[in-house]
Write a protein that binds this ligand. Structure first.
Ligand code: SF4
Length: 745
């Protein structure tokens, strides 16, 4: 039993990476408090942080594998579970090849100590030709824009919020998300600080969110109008001679192309599409240009919409045109103490980014950055013919609820001959699996975020140990992934040697890094580096990432430098300061310049131009998130589910009146994709003409084991999102701006 005491832990649930003090009494969590001494979060947490004990102790959380027997699941040993996977997978691969097998990676992968480091090993080791991920319902447009502007798809320019004087927040609501693709605890406190030091915060959103409430100005934009607004701001900057690249002069290609592109996107021309007054657009362009230190930050609402790539690209275009990119107080690139696996360019893009290299079998959706939309998965399973999917490995995901067209996926999954879910819960998706393999709880494993420090406002870091060491018989998620990769490669379950596979992966990685010109170990003997990195699994990998990071000891090169051992000795973390200009280090374009007008993205501008005259007819639907929720998977924590029903349809009073709707009545919401009934909440926080549902709900399906969530089922907003409606450039799902009819039910 774990001795009584107080343990330091980093909350793994979101980008804020808050420090927690976890008090243990009699082998159980007695209390979770914010860690006031955490150098990064300084005592900040949100309500989800204290719910980690409920996640750990949840009676519905799976501790042993489940194997399907007819219509039910039975508990099994790990050996039996792996043998069942082998029994089902082997004939599929022998008959149909690996083309019949795929995997899906869910959002929690990015927050898990093991999974985040080993999905990169799993896919190539398993040899899967095509995989799917939650990325195409999330940030794929920004990945695409990063790839073309900066030459690196995971290189995000984030607002230097602590030194910024003028911040524009578009389609982001840190009041609920706590920061997304922006690691920065207590974002709202930091927005307050901008205002206190005389700066200004502007929020662009169809809803007056909790973030907008804390801003100086709220622009209630029409959904999908962001790209038009950003082009209009650029047009004003050019027209008024306010473009000033400052230190970026000579480091940017394509400025004149952007000038030509935005010439006809005057504030007056975009008034209808944005729903904003031309005078306000013009005034704000001037304020942005006049601010000494300004940044534009766009997030999920700028991605999950019909012009997702254009909007994502234009956010950075504005930061460049105002000379604020890579400048303190502007939009900067983080310098993490441990580099992330995502910072390595995938081999297929070593010679530059190419798109549409292949198309999905059924719909013909073109590949972008190695993936097609997640909504393709259902038809690839359900449509007979060569290449039909027969086996699926779902890793920490619940696409039946989280993906558009999830109802079609729900219907297709039972057709699979082999479905494996790596998941801690029997949820709406894993209930279709033949085998469910549970990982550790968040308190059973160490923690150091793999990717999130790559978009952190400071060069900080902290490592926390597992609080409850798991049963030694249970494999960690990274061991599960390596085993699944071996099974997919035709190995017998009994023969899989996880340690040997890990050694293979690690030695290959070290050999590859030692050949990179940008690496601190370029030219060093990989064997020597491997021998000098003890341990196994994600902790060995993390040690390597830290030691070869900017402050690392680098295998004797910098003897006083950082190692995992030294970091672990400081559980409250280390902090090497604010972001510093580092464009030269992060740029990976062939020209070694920012490519401001990539042909692939620019080709989509005419589509936007054609939409400028689109009128505002009827209602459109957008989605929202709540601070007590985390996509689909936090609804089984009792303390987060107290209070009033949060799964409601927000309707502006004028729209409610014209449809005979009032608080609490049931409304029927219909789109071309489907319909649902949901309680109405009349609220003037909505822009008229826009209604809003939260995402991640719909826990009313039979066969799950989610006792609390099923009592607060809510409705799944993705029923209303047409699966084939995507941002054409990136293939990212459109879930904001869906035309709907709303009537009293
Ligand atoms: S903001 Fe909340 S969920 Fe996010 S890391 Fe902090 S405590 Fe966890």
């Amino acid at each position: 039993m774990q001795p009584d005491g107080t343990y330091i832990k980093t909350c793994p649930l979101c980008e804020a990476m808050c420090g927690l003090e976890v008090s243990i009494e009699a082998g159980r969590v007695a209390k979770i408090r914010p860690n006031q001494d955490d150098v990064w979060s300084r005592g900040y947490i949100c309500p989800k942080g204290t719910s980690l004990a409920e996640l750990h102790e949840d009676p519905d959380r799976l501790r042993v594998p489940l194997v399907r027997r007819g219509d039910t699941f039975v508990e099994s040993t790990w050996e039996e579970a792996y043998q069942e996977i082998e029994r089902r997978l082997r004939p599929i691969i022998e008959t149909h090849g690996l083309e019949a097998v795929t995997a899906y990676f869910g959002n929690p992968v990015a927050h898990n100590y093991s999974l985040s480091r080993y999905v990169g090993a799993f896919t190539p080791m398993a040899g899967l030709p095509i995989v799917y991920s939650a990325g195409t319902v999330d940030q794929w447009p920004k990945n695409l824009s990063n790839a073309l502007l900066f030459g690196a798809m995971w290189t995000f320019a984030i607002p230097d919020i602590d030194r910024c004087d003028f911040l524009v927040v578009m389609g982001a609501n840190p009041h609920a998300s706590q920061g997304s693709l922006l690691a920065c605890p207590d974002v709202l406190g930091r927005l307050d600080a901008i205002r206190k030091r005389g700066g200004k915060v502007v929020v662009v959103d169809p809803r007056r969110t909790g973030t907008a409430e804390r801003a100086d100005e709220w622009l209630p934009i029409r959904p999908g109008g962001d790209a038009a607004l950003l082009l209009a701001w650029a047009q004003v900057l050019f027209e008024e001679g306010r473009v000033d690249l400052r230190d970026l002069e000579g480091r940017v290609n394509g400025v004149e192309e952007v000038r030509a592109l935005c010439a006809d996107f005057t504030p007056e021309a975009v008034e209808a599409r944005t729903g904003l007054a031309a005078a306000d657009i013009r005034r704000l362009a001037g304020e942005l240009a006049s601010a000494d230190r300004a940044a534009v930050y766009g997030r999920i609402g700028t991605c999950n919409q019909e012009f997702g790539t254009l909007a994502s690209w234009l956010v950075d275009v504005l930061n460049v045109l105002t000379g604020n990119l890579d400048r303190p107080g502007g939009a900067m690139f983080s310098k993490p103490i441990a580099w992330s696996m995502t910072s390595l360019t995938p081999p297929e893009f070593a010679d530059g980014f190419e798109f549409h290299r292949w198309k999905s079998r059924v719909r013909g959706a073109p590949e972008v950055l190695g993936q097609v939309p997640i909504s393709c998965l259902a038809e690839e399973i359900a449509t007979p013919g060569e290449g039909q999917l027969k086996a699926l490995i779902i890793i920490a995901g619940n696409p039946v609820l989280s993906a558009p067209g999830g109802d079609r996926l729900d219907a297709a999954l039972p057709e699979l001959d082999c479905m494996v879910a790596v998941d801690n819960w029997l949820n709406e998706t894993s209930r279709h699996a033949h085998v469910i393999l549970p990982g550790y709880s968040v308190l059973e494993q160490p923690h150091y975020d793999e990717m999130l420090w790559s978009w952190a406002v400071r060069s900080a870091g902290k490592f926390s140990e597992a609080i409850f060491p798991p049963d030694p018989e249970r494999p960690a998620e990274w061991e599960i992934l390596l085993t699944l990769a071996a099974l997919t490669q035709g190995q017998k379950a009994a023969d899989v040697d996880v340690q040997a596979l890990d050694q293979l992966f690690f030695t290959g990685l070290v050999a590859g890094i030692s050949q990179l010109p940008s690496s601190r170990i370029e030219g060093r003997d990989p064997g020597e580096i491997v021998a000098a990195t003890p341990g196994i699994g994600p902790s060995r990998l993390l040690d390597f990432q830290i030691r070869t990071g900017p402050w690392g000891e680098c295998y004797g090169e910098n003897p006083g430098g950082l190692t995992l051992e030294k970091l672990a000795a400081k559980p409250n973390g280390v902090d090497f300061g604010a972001m510093v200009p580092r464009l030269g280090e992060v740029l990976q374009t062939r020209s070694a310049k920012i490519e401001l007008a990539p042909e692939y993205i620019v080709a989509d501008v005419p589509r936007l131009r054609e939409s400028l005259a689109d009128g505002e007819e009827g209602l459109v639907l957008v989605s929202r998130r709540h601070v007590r929720s985390n996509n689909t998977w936090m609804h089984n924590a009792p303390s987060l589910m107290t209070g009033r029903d949060r799964c409601t349809l927000l309707v502006h009073p004028t729209d409610a009146e014209s449809r005979d709707l009032e608080d609490g009545v049931l409304a029927r919401v219909r789109s071309e994709a489907g319909q649902l009934e949901v309680a109405v909440e009349v609220s003037d926080e909505m822009r008229p003409g826009v209604v809003c549902l939260p995402h991640g709900w719909g826990h009313d399906k039979v066969g799950t084991r989610l006792g609390v969530a099923s009592r607060h089922a809510g409705v799944c907003n993705n029923v209303l999102a047409p699966g084939d409606l995507v941002d054409p450039a990136s293939g990212n799902a459109v879930v904001n701006g869906i035309p709907v009819e709303v009537t009293r039910a």
